[in-house]
Ligand binder design. Structure first.
Ligand SMILES: [Zn+2]
Length: 755
């Protein structure tokens, strides 16, 4: 066995005039099976002597070799990564200019061609790192292909083409197909340039104004010229104006449109007909346009046109002069149905333009709010079913097919769903879930004329009531509260929908809503349980019996009561939401329950929630709870019939508060944080003290032997300890200071305890 050094190499027998080198910038990473771009630094020379790689030379390196020089004439650069990127080229001008010593280079980047300094090649094409003194990262651009040409060939071309300054630049016949292509490109370019010229927009507006001047400043009876001018105007608006970089021209256009169109119902009708029929204009103006100002102005213009028609002449609005709803069935010639259909189509094609959803669904909501007729037109397009499908996808995966882009938007986007949910809520407010569901095309013909309500189709109903067994909730509501942005909202639309559902007389539905809300509150932690507490508030507004109301309130109160001494707020519902729930219940408006009954419930439960909420880390929750307990007691005790219950609850709350204070003082909680708890305790103890001291015979039955013991306990265990705290710093004189007890001194004990 012999150890031999092997060498493998590639030699060239002969080279052509042009050499192209392909750099291996893209690689496959076997560790994670992904494509990678190789960003490493790689230098290449201005010239190469290919003679050094010739097979004759490499076979006998001792012999002098024949130089065969090649010069770099082109570099293709790749910018980007392996998933996406862009190519451009640096090219040496050949033949060069007559008499020039140095070659000139050009940078070809799509239709952009600029001079290029070849001295920049190392920096712009070698790859490697870019450093700015702080960070160091790979350049996104590096040479991908190199073009070298034999020096003698370059010189030959130069000699053949550039013989004198007069032959500069060399003229070559352009092949016919290329010449046609150039002419076409130039033609398109100049047309586009003119289309986007601001003067063109002014001309189109002027044309429309002129059409009205023909009949002395107002519209003619036949509208022959006006309609044709509106065609041109809207086509320009929907194809050109929305693309402008700034919104100035659009603003002028819309001001012009509003001034001329909204004063004439015939023109309004023409505009809406045109917008409904055109495949692009509304899509461009309401969805694609990046300027939110354009989208929102367009939205209000469409609504205003509908309003004009609604208020004036029904026949252009629906079908015939006969405004009987039966004529609605063949409403194809009116504007309402085509506009509704066009907007439904936009909604179905809006998956990738979620930034425009707010305007689109606000427009749909505003149309539905115009009345029953408008709502029916929207319902008949299937928009409600479409929206409900979107919110059901997580519970019924088979619905994802055909809505894959929406599915992605629901997973990725935030803060774009509020108006969509608001629109569903508006549509539902025109529907009665208790009416028998059936599949009808013309909702208007099947309205419940007594209550002016429509029925749901069986599909809408089944989507709406689709139960997510794992989440123990209606899938639609479950998804809505998941994506609803509470911080941005003016109204809590999922709550509106729950309120609407709660009004159903169907016992099965009522049972499911109660389960959904109580489970959501008691089984989830913050922040997931918080929207369910908000839903509970909406539910309380619509619920039909005190018992049902108490069931949901119990869920809130018991969840709070279950928290141990120190509030573990990770497991707790948000204090702000609980407090808002209690405040909302306190001033509840519900025809099925009396205020006194709700107040009695809140008073009787206060021992469970008050002391816990008074210890939340959020200062506004602590202060708010103190005020809430004080207001609740004060309001409730105005009726002498309620005193018994109020005192009973005050005793229980005081005893709970004393327990908490003693524990927290022992655990070293600062005095400041305890303030609202102390203030509330003080307020309730003072109620008991006044009762004890009162000689009113009516109050005699309310008195309880335990009161004196409680007052005594408060003085000894709370006041005495707080007074001894080192960090007592009264926030204002006379407030929250325990210098002396309001309920007798220790020497009064005998008197207090022994009446
Ligand atoms: Zn007109």
């Amino acid at each position: 066995m012999r150890n031999m050094a092997d060498r493998r190499r590639t030699c060239l027998k002969s080279a052509p005039d042009n050499l192209i080198f392909h750099l291996k910038r893209f690689d496959f990473d076997l560790t994670d099976f992904s494509r990678k771009k190789v960003h490493e630094h790689f230098a290449f020379p201005e010239s190469i002597d290919i003679g050094l790689y010739n097979v004759d030379h490499l076979s006998e390196p001792s012999k002098p070799h024949i130089a065969d020089m090649f010069d770099l004439v082109g570099v293709v650069v790749h910018f980007g990564n392996c998933e996406n990127g862009h190519y451009y080229s640096y090219i040496r001008k050949r033949p060069g200019t007559f008499g020039d010593a140095l070659p000139t280079w050009l940078n070809f980047n799509d239709e952009q061609v600029d001079p290029f300094d070849p001295a920049e090649i190392p920096q712009k094409a070698f790859g490697g790192f870019v450093e700015d003194g702080y960070t160091r990262q790979y350049k996104m651009y590096s040479a991908y292909m190199l073009f070298y040409q034999r020096r003698t060939a370059i010189a030959g071309d130069q000699q053949e083409w550039v013989v004198s300054p007069q032959t500069q630049p060399p003229q070559v016949e352009v092949p016919l197909p290329i010449r046609h292509d150039i002419e076409l490109t130039n033609d398109t370019f100049i047309r586009e340039y003119c289309l986007f010229d601001p003067h063109h927009s002014a001309f189109v507006r002027h044309l429309h104004s002129a059409s009205q001047k023909i009949s002395n400043g107002s519209c003619s009876e036949t509208h022959e010229y006006e309609s044709r001018a509106i065609d041109i105007l809207l086509a320009h608006l929907g194809r050109i104006v929305w693309r402008q970089q700034t919104t100035g021209i659009f603003d002028e256009f819309l001001t012009h449109l509003r001034r001329t169109v909204l004063s004439c119902e015939m023109c309004c009708s023409t505009v809406l007909q045109w917008l409904a029929k055109d495949e692009e204009a509304l899509y461009n103006l309401l969805l694609r346009c990046p300027h939110s100002n354009v989208r929102s102005q367009m939205r209000s213009f469409v609504v205003d046109c509908l309003r004009v028609l609604q208020a004036t002449d029904a026949y252009v609005y629906i079908t015939t002069a006969d405004s009987d709803w039966a004529s609605y069935a063949d409403g194809e010639t009116g504007v309402l149905v085509p506009i509704a259909k066009r907007l439904a189509l936009l909604a179905e094609n809006s998956a990738k333009i979620s930034r425009a959803w707010d305007d689109l669904y606000l427009l749909l909501t505003q149309i539905a709010e115009l009345g029953h007729l408008e709502t029916a037109a929207l319902l008949d397009t299937g928009l409600l079913e479409f929206c409900l499908r979107l919110f059901c996808m997580h519970a019924r995966p088979q619905l994802v097919d055909g809505y894959i882009d929406f599915h992605r938007a629901f997973q990725k986007r935030t803060g774009v769903f509020n108006r969509l949910i608001g629109f569903v809520s508006t549509l539902l407010s025109h529907l009665d879930i208790d009416l028998p569901a059936f599949d009808i095309k013309d909702r208007m013909l099947n309205i419940d004329k007594e209550h002016m309500m429509y029925s749901l189709t069986s599909m809408e109903k089944s989507l709406l009531l689709c139960w997510h067994s794992e989440h123990k909730a209606y899938a639609v509501i479950d998804k809505m509260i998941d994506v609803f942005d509470h911080s941005e909202a003016e109204r809590f639309y999922p709550g509106e929908i729950v309120k609407w559902l709660t009004r159903s007389t169907d016992i099965h539905i009522q049972r499911e809503i109660t389960t959904m809300i109580t489970q959501g509150i008691s089984e989830l932690n913050t922040p997931y349980c918080d929207p369910y507490i908000r839903l509970a508030s909406s539910y309380c507004e619509a619920v039909s019996s005190l018992e049902a109301l108490k069931k949901v309130c119990d869920a809130v109160v018991d969840t709070v009561a279950a928290l141990e001494q120190l509030v573990d707020e990770k497991a707790a519902p948000s204090g702000g939401d609980v407090l808002r729930f209690l405040q909302h219940a306190f001033s509840l408006c519900n025809a099925h329950v009396t205020t006194a009954d709700v107040h009695e419930y809140l008073i009787s439960q206060s021992p469970k929630y008050a002391s816990v909420l008074l210890l939340y880390s959020d200062e506004s929750v602590r202060d708010g709870t103190h005020e809430f307990v004080r207001d609740l007691d004060t309001t409730y005790m105005k009726d002498s019939q309620h005193l018994d219950c109020a005192y009973y609850s005050a005793r229980a709350t005081v005893s709970e508060i004393i327990k908490r204070i003693v524990y927290e003082l022992g655990a070293g909680m600062p005095r400041m944080q305890l303030s609202p708890l102390l203030d509330t305790g003080k307020f309730l103890v003072s109620l008991l003290f006044e009762l004890d001291q009162s000689e009113d015979v009516d109050l005699a039955s309310c008195k309880d032997a335990v009161d004196r013991a409680l007052i005594y306990q408060w003085r000894i265990e709370v006041e005495a300890r707080v007074r001894m705290l080192p960090d007592v710093e009264p926030s204002s004189p006379g407030e929250g200071v325990f210098d002396a007890s309001d309920y007798g001194s220790e020497s009064d004990d005998v008197e207090l305890l022994d009446p």
